[in-house]
Write a protein that binds this ligand. Structure first.
Ligand SMILES: [Zn+2]
Length: 404
């Protein structure tokens, strides 16, 4: 027997009485509903089952919590609850904040779809009401920023006019005669939602009574999905939350940049320019610093019996692999220099030599990496690698030194 859908007649009613027709154990592991759940069929309900892009309501049946509501093929509505409900009379209630939020987003969707269609020739092909953001998919040409702004302004103007939102019943032919384009699979008497003077759409969802109750409509983004355009939007309470969070982000960012929120763009632009200039000057100074450090190191380097100067150093602080390379290049510009270098933080290794000593840096690095773990490679004169454990940097250099 079809469950009577009380929300069709009065979506603002949040409690009701119904007869429990059946209550059976229920499981749906795919949906994450494991065990200890029951499926309840009532003669009538105010709880909305997920359908048409609108998620299900939550609520209570007696002491039982309703965790899901589903429309079955035979027109019955299944209430999934967390404990058994006895047959006979039961008091039901709808979790109102969730329901009203859905009503605001859903009615806002009707209005936005009507505006995109009528003003900009962009029909809606699907709608999804998400946990935080809702979307409509539009087919046709790309909505420009001007179109998106125009649609938001036009929809909000209808909100401010506080037009009536009413339910109408009729056949598909009757609706087609008054301009309803949407094709509906159901036959017989259909239910449609009318926004006075704006839109008439077949729909079985829950909606507010007047456009003013939708509250502010904000468009939050537009992206291409396959051949269509997905517009993200929030209405009412969600728009208030989104605007407040935006404002908090802007205010704290402006405070960090020490400028007014309205000047944030210019503040950010200035910061990026400064960063670019600083990075450029840093890059220019790096080889010059490496030359100076190399000169100082070479002047005090110990001389091996064969006349080779061996430099072995683990660099700390802010040294980078880029600096390591400049430093090694500067050191090995002098004859008979072998440089075994490491970075303490990252465990990077760089073994280099002036071509004059006939040693093999690549082979030396390979042995050190075999001993301590890591990877790398290079040539006879210049080999780079990275240790698996940076803490082994000094030990790896000592090991390599002992092999020379
Ligand atoms: Zn609807």
């Amino acid at each position: 027997m079809a469950t009577r859908r009380l929300y069709y007649d009065d979506p603002f009613q949040d409690n009701f009485t119904a007869q429990v027709l059946s209550c059976r154990p229920f499981a749906d592991p795919v949906a994450g509903f494991g065990d200890s759940l029951w499926g309840v069929i009532l003669d009538q309900t105010h709880l909305y089952p997920a359908s048409g892009g609108q998620p299900n309501d939550l609520g209570k049946l007696g002491e039982a919590n309703v965790v899901d509501v589903r429309a079955l093929d035979n027109d019955e509505i299944l209430h999934v609850v967390d404990r058994p409900v006895g047959t006979g009379r039961v008091e039901g209630c709808v979790h109102w904040p969730r329901r009203f939020d859905h009503m605001q987003q859903h009615t806002g969707q009707h209005l936005l779809s009507a505006v995109f269609q009528e003003r900009f020739g962009l029909p809606t092909i699907s709608f999804h009401l998400g946990e935080s953001v809702s979307t409509i998919d539009l087919s046709g040409h790309q909505p420009s920023p001007q179109i998106l702004e125009g649609a938001a302004r036009a929809a909000n103007a209808v909100v401010f006019e506080d037009r009536e939102v009413t339910v109408r019943y009729g056949t598909a032919d009757e609706f087609a005669r008054v301009g309803v384009r949407k094709q509906v699979e159901r036959s017989g008497i259909l239910r449609a939602i009318e926004i006075a003077g704006i839109d008439l759409q077949p729909c079985g969802g829950t909606h507010v009574r007047r456009t003013g109750q939708i509250g502010l409509i904000l468009l939050r983004g537009c992206s291409k999905i396959r051949q269509d355009w997905r517009v993200e939007f929030v209405c009412g309470g969600r728009a208030e939350t989104a605007a407040r969070k935006d404002s908090e982000i802007l205010t704290s960012a402006a405070s960090r940049l020490k400028c007014a929120a309205a000047d944030l763009y210019y503040g950010l632009e200035r910061l990026l320019q400064e960063r670019e200039a600083a990075s450029k000057s840093f890059k220019n100074l790096l080889p010059r610093l490496a030359e100076l450090e190399a000169a100082s190191t070479l002047s005090s380097a110990e001389l091996c019996p064969d006349g080779t100067r061996l430099i072995s150093a683990t660099l700390e602080d802010a040294a980078t692999t880029e600096y390591l390379q400049h430093y090694a290049t500067a050191l090995t510009r002098s004859e008979k220099v072998v440089a075994l270098l490491a970075l303490k933080e990252s465990g990077s290794l760089l073994f280099a030599q002036n071509p004059n000593p006939a040693r093999d840096m690549q082979a030396l690095l390979k042995k050190a990496l075999e001993q301590f773990g890591g990877k790398g490679g290079g040539t006879k004169d210049f080999a780079r690698g990275a240790l698996a454990t940076p803490a082994n940097a000094s030990a790896a250099l000592d090991f390599a030194k002992s092999l020379l």
